[in-house]
Write a protein that binds this ligand. Structure first.
Ligand SMILES: C[S@@+](CC[C@H](N)C(=O)[O-])C[C@H]1O[C@@H](n2cnc3c(N)ncnc32)[C@H](O)[C@@H]1O
Length: 291
């Protein structure tokens, strides 16, 4: 079960009041959605959007017992259209808890983690035609380098891309563990010793972002979400890496006349939270109010 990150802080900034409506753009198994529902009864609803059909099935079950959950299995890139269709065109708060969930890493079997031997897939939704296998085995060396640099901030992007292309000539690179091994062999020992993360983390992050079009999706969804927020409505965005933060900061700058920033500096988890949930350690929460 995914543990909702920064739950108390999300509730503090969204500040749900009785009968207010909210949108959870990345509902997952519904952790944050349920926390909001505890505060916005008896009539307040949550439009719970989740792209992954397996996670969505959990939400759907929950919505059968709790009618105030309005579940939608689609991408938040369609938020404006979905909100209007479902009667959420003026809401009190919107949440984006970006990236993947514990389910993807631990149970999906889709190659999100280099810690397990799995096929290189990394799609949140199988209707998406592009897989991590396609990028690693079919893209040009220059394009792989671009992806690793742009979305992984990977210092050794050029070397890793070159090695990938050499290796795939021998045999297609089919599994997470083979890809992680390739990365491990390229990165110099002294750099690995200085890293606080596994040396394949950035490569896997970049591929996941590229496969799911994540940063372009966030870039288009944030302004669309802002449109359905009512005056004095609150938005909370939880980021997990610099790429997401850059997109969020750009959005905040471009809307600065119409927002009141509620977090001067992004809010991070307490040590108690990171001790309980190691995956929360890189979370950074941004929040705003619509003027
Ligand atoms: C960090 S998890 C959210 C966990 C959730 N807040 C909870 O407490 O259980 C992010 C979720 O966003 C979903 N997701 C990623 N891209 C999406 C998109 N474009 N549209 C909708 N959901 C998306 C992922 O499948 C994942 O379940």
């Amino acid at each position: 079960m995914h543990i909702p990150v920064l739950k108390e802080e999300v509730l503090h900034f969204l500040s749900p009041q009785p009968n207010e409506d909210f949108v959870d753009c990345t509902a997952g198994e519904g952790g944050h959605t349920e926390a909001i529902l505890e505060r916005n009864g008896p009539l307040g609803r949550v439009l719970a959007i989740e792209w992954d059909p397996e996670l969505f099935s959990v939400l759907l079950e929950k919505s059968k017992k709790e009618k105030r959950i309005v579940p939608v299995n689609d991408s938040y890139t369609l938020i404006e259209e979905i909100a209007v269709r479902k009667g959420f065109s003026s809401v009190s708060g919107i949440l984006f808890d970006l990236g993947f969930s514990s389910f993807h890493v631990d149970r999906s079997g889709r190659g999100f983690s280099f810690m397990r031997k799995e096929p290189l897939d990394m799609r949140y939704n199988k209707n998406n035609p592009l897989t991590a296998y396609d990028i690693v085995n079919k893209y040009k060396e220059k394009d792989i380098e671009y992806i690793l640099k742009k979305w992984g901030d990977e210092k050794y992007a050029k070397e890793i891309a070159h090695k990938i292309v050499l290796e795939r000539r021998e045999d297609p690179i089919e599994t997470t563990t083979r890809l992680a091994e390739i990365v491990k062999r390229v990165i110099p020992e002294r750099h690995k010793e200085n890293l606080k993360i596994h040396c394949a983390t950035r490569t896997f992050q970049a591929l996941r972002i590229a496969v799911n079009g994540e940063l372009m999706g966030i870039e288009s969804a944030l302004p669309d979400a802002f449109k359905i927020l009512k005056k004095e409505g609150r938005m909370v965005i939880i980021c997990f890496h610099e790429g997401e933060e850059r997109v969020v900061k750009k959005f905040l700058r471009s809307h600065k006349k119409n927002i009141k920033l509620l977090t001067k500096d992004p809010v991070v988890p307490t040590i108690a939270e990171t001790n309980k949930n190691i995956r929360s350690r890189s979370a950074k929460l941004y929040s705003l109010m619509k003027k």
